[in-house]
Design a protein around this ligand. Structure first.
Ligand SMILES: Nc1ncnc2c1ncn2[C@@H]1O[C@H](COP(=O)(O)OP(=O)(O)OP(=O)(O)O)[C@@H](O)[C@H]1O
Length: 790
């Protein structure tokens, strides 16, 4: 008959902590409470089959979720109550040779460690269990009973022995024996003689546990801790050993990194914690769904808890709840997890071993079962089964007889730290009797083989005695059994290797992904740094040149005044290598494939200057209009014709800067034409100037170029529209400027800039008079210098 025991759930709400904002949306309701759950703050917490946890839906406060559990503890509950109600009855189950697992689950800071470990004044489940184990130890006079303890933590998905000093603690492998039992290899087990001795060992070991401070918990567990107390009961008369165990698991809490304020180390821990808890959820889900494959192997935590979830142990889940508002969603998650877990059915078995030497296998030997211990555990399991338990619980080990004698290694308790079996019960030199009841047991297979071999024995060959026939059959059965065992071992080994390979591939992939991401991030970082460096370099240069004028005036932005760089650049022209390179690059860029360049090549020097001036004038008109990108383009075209004009280069840089930084660019008023006779000393220049002066009002076209003067005269003579003759005379300019825009621009730019230059009042409006004069002087230079240099 199938013996099942559902995982039992106890929910515990911790009291409010100092500074915590708590509302009344999470309550423990006991039978007899009114509909508002007003009695949940009764002085004594309650334990009842019909208690439930009530949580108001955070999205719709009119809706209340109810989570009924066989045990619900409110914020006034004591450690003693929880122990008496839910834990103590399990002690006798342990002494009947069954494995019991109690685990505390909940969000970080919900009180798991408090419940399991407690404090000196309020000892939790662990110290109370050990005390009770010692108290019960001598009540089974037919057994010689000894207790031992092992303690491990799963930190970032690696298992460490907490009973050895941290420096010496290697990562321990999790393995599975051929009967499908999971165990931690080389985990030490320490015999204990008294509760006091245990406490000493435990306190020391707890200091080895990974604990860290987060925003939510000053001493937050960064690992899952599993303490196992094992009772070994030797029955001398029957020469059998009964092994009962209790696993006490303090899980690390699920974490929301936004709330915990985790740093990089804590984040890595948190990721491992959350991942293992998520796999735990998947395991529970798969068990509920009756999935063909349960993902125990996806984390070490679930592999180790395998026996407690759908395995062969009796399990109690203590669900810890935090009352704070900030935990509301986590509380709902925890309760949902608990609801799903309570449907999981385990099939507890009695772990009993026959220490007598193996009898010769006999095909017709009657199967001997350990009825006394089975009966004891069966009745105990029935006693602890709550209303949620599915039917009569009956532990059985149908193959104990079949296994008899073959597993005769006695557990070694002689030395103080002996690598021993832990959860699941099988160490490298110690065999458990627990066989999975859900189909994979080697023992069952052996039984069926035994049965399959039986028929030939019932038809003895003629001429052989009964003993001879029996011997032959026994030999055949032994051979078959050995072959089967070898096959199963090979299968397991293959499976294990495949799993290892798969994990290695996953790890490899993940590390490659991480490396690629890190490289990309580093490259991006370098690019950003380089950009920042360039920008600040550029900014520094400009700031230096602007240091004579305040950044802001009357709260409004003052853009970089044009021409302000002139003295500086002149002075440091040869030294400013970067600027030179940039200018050269700009020249190259615009020279390459530029029609203007080709045209400039065939123009005379004078025509080049004139065309350049024309472009400057147009560019200036655009910049005054705020159309900086077009202006920039025109200035660059002008540069094609007058590549050596330093003023022009400065202008281009200034406008580039303004465009790049989204700043306005306010050009100074158009400078007055210079008296060329004053500036120029060469007769050649004077002659050219004369020619230009003569042609000033006729807007001459020379070699297809349009002079700045022609545009200027058009501007001054026309208040609207575009001069058609200019269209004919300036084909190059028309290509860059639509007539309509040009007309607008003519209207807008018609202003008496000559007067402006000379009127102190106007200059004062912009601030510093001296500065203004200087600026305008330099402005003037940009355009006039074209003539001068020609
Ligand atoms: N029932 C309780 N009575 C009084 N204080 C409690 C109770 N439960 C928890 N606390 C207090 O709440 C705080 C957080 O509890 P605890 O460290 O046990 O949480 P935890 O769930 O183990 O957290 P983590 O997962 O981060 O380790 C502690 O200061 C603890 O003393």
């Amino acid at each position: 008959m199938a013996a099942t025991h559902k995982v039992k759930i106890a929910a515990r709400l911790r009291p409010r902590l100092e500074g915590e904002i708590v509302d009344d949306q999470l309550k423990v309701i006991h039978p007899g409470d009114d509909s508002n759950g007003s009695s949940s703050n009764s002085s004594s917490s309650s334990f009842s089959a019909t208690s439930y946890i009530a949580v108001t839906n955070p999205r719709d406060t009119s809706q209340i979720f109810k989570f009924p559990f066989s045990s619900c503890y409110d914020e006034n509950s004591t450690q003693e109550e929880i122990f008496r109600n839910d834990v103590e009855p399990l002690i006798d189950v342990v002494y009947s040779g069954v494995t019991v697992t109690i685990f505390a689950y909940g969000v970080t800071s919900s009180g798991k460690t408090h419940t399991m470990q407690g404090t000196k004044s309020q000892p939790g489940v662990i110290p109370r269990v050990v005390r009770a184990m010692f108290e019960r130890k001598d009540t089974f006079p037919q057994y010689r009973t000894s207790l031992s303890v092992s303690y491990m933590e799963i930190y970032k998905d690696e298992v460490y022995d907490l009973l050895v000093t941290r420096e010496n603690a290697p990562k321990l492998p999790v393995r599975e024996n051929d009967a499908g039992m999971v165990f931690v290899a080389n985990l030490s087990s320490v015999p204990i003689e008294s509760a006091e001795e245990f406490e000493q060992i435990y306190n020391q070991a707890t200091r080895n546990r990974s604990v860290g401070s987060t925003n939510l918990n000053r001493a937050s567990s960064r690992s899952h801790a599993v303490l196992t107390v094992e009772a070994t009961m030797i029955h001398d008369d029957s020469n059998t050993t009964l092994t009962g165990k209790i696993n006490l698991v303090d899980l690390a809490g699920s974490e929301n990194n936004k709330q915990t304020g985790n740093d990089a180390t804590r984040m890595a821990e948190s990721a491992a914690i959350n991942k293992s808890l998520s796999v735990l959820g998947q395991v529970v889900h798969a068990l509920n769904q009756g999935a063909p494959r349960i993902p125990y192997r996806n984390s070490r935590l679930t592999r180790i808890l395998q026996d407690a979830l759908g395995g062969n142990s009796v399990a109690l889940l203590i669900c810890n709840l935090a009352p704070g508002v900030k935990f509301r969603q986590d509380t709902l998650n925890t309760l949902n997890f608990a609801v799903r877990t309570k449907n999981i059915e385990n099939k507890p078995v009695v772990n009993e071993r026959d220490n007598r030497p193996a009898p010769k296998p006999h095909f017709s030997a009657p199967t001997t079962t350990q009825t006394s211990s089975k009966a004891a555990s069966s009745s105990l399991l029935q006693a602890i089964a709550g209303p949620s338990t599915g039917g009569v619980v009956q532990a059985s080990n149908p193959t104990a007889g079949a296994m008899r004698g073959r597993m005769s290694l006695a557990p070694n308790h002689g030395s103080s730290r002996v690598p021993r079996a832990s959860l699941g019960g099988v160490g490298n030199h110690y065999q458990s009797f627990a066989l999975p009841a859900n189909g994979g047991a080697g023992g069952r297979r052996l039984t069926s083989i035994h049965e399959r071999q039986a028929p030939p024995a019932q038809a003895p060959a003629p001429g052989l005695t009964a003993e001879e026939i029996e011997a032959k059959i026994s030999k055949a059965v032994s051979a078959a059994v050995e072959a089967e065992v070898a096959r199963r071992l090979a299968e397991k080994e293959k499976e294990w290797q495949e799993e290892q390979k798969r994990l290695e591939t996953v790890i490899q992939e993940k590390s490659e992904e991480a490396a690629a991401a890190a490289a990309a991030a580093a490259a991006e970082m370098n690019r950003m740094n380089e950009m920042n460096r360039r920008q600040s370099e550029e900014h520094r240069r400009y700031s230096r040149s602007r240091s004579r004028t305040p950044e802001r005036k009357d709260g409004r932005d003052v853009t970089l005044p044009s021409g302000v760089l002139t003295p500086l650049l002149k002075k440091h022209r040869d030294l400013d290598q970067e600027l030179k390179e940039r200018l050269l690059e700009l020249e190259r860029k615009f020279e390459k494939g530029n029609k203007e360049t080709q045209l400039a090549d065939v123009l005379s020097p004078v025509s080049k200057k004139k065309t350049g001036r024309a472009y400057v004038a147009l560019a200036r008109a655009h910049s005054e209009k705020g159309d900086l990108e077009v202006a920039l383009d025109l200035y660059r075209k002008a540069e094609t014709y007058v590549p050596d004009n330093i003023k022009l280069k400065e202008r281009i840089i200034e406008i580039e800067w303004a465009v790049k930084n989204g700043k306005p660019y306010i050009p100074s008023p158009k400078p007055p034409r210079k008296q060329k006779s004053k500036k120029s000393s060469s007769s050649r220049l004077r002659k050219e100037h004369r020619v230009e002066s003569e042609n000033e009002n006729t807007a001459p076209v020379e070699d297809g170029g349009l002079t700045a003067d022609s545009v200027t005269s058009s501007r001054e003579s026309s208040s609207s529209g575009f001069d058609g003759s200019a269209t004919m005379k300036a084909p190059l300019l028309l290509a860059t400027l639509p007539p309509a825009e040009f007309g607008t621009e003519l209207t807008n730019t018609k202003r008496p800039y000559m007067e402006d230059v000379k009127t102190p009042v106007k200059r004062q409006r912009r601030g510093d008079v001296g500065y203004e004069i200087e600026t305008i002087e330099e402005e003037r230079e940009v355009e006039v210098s074209l003539e001068v240099e020609a």
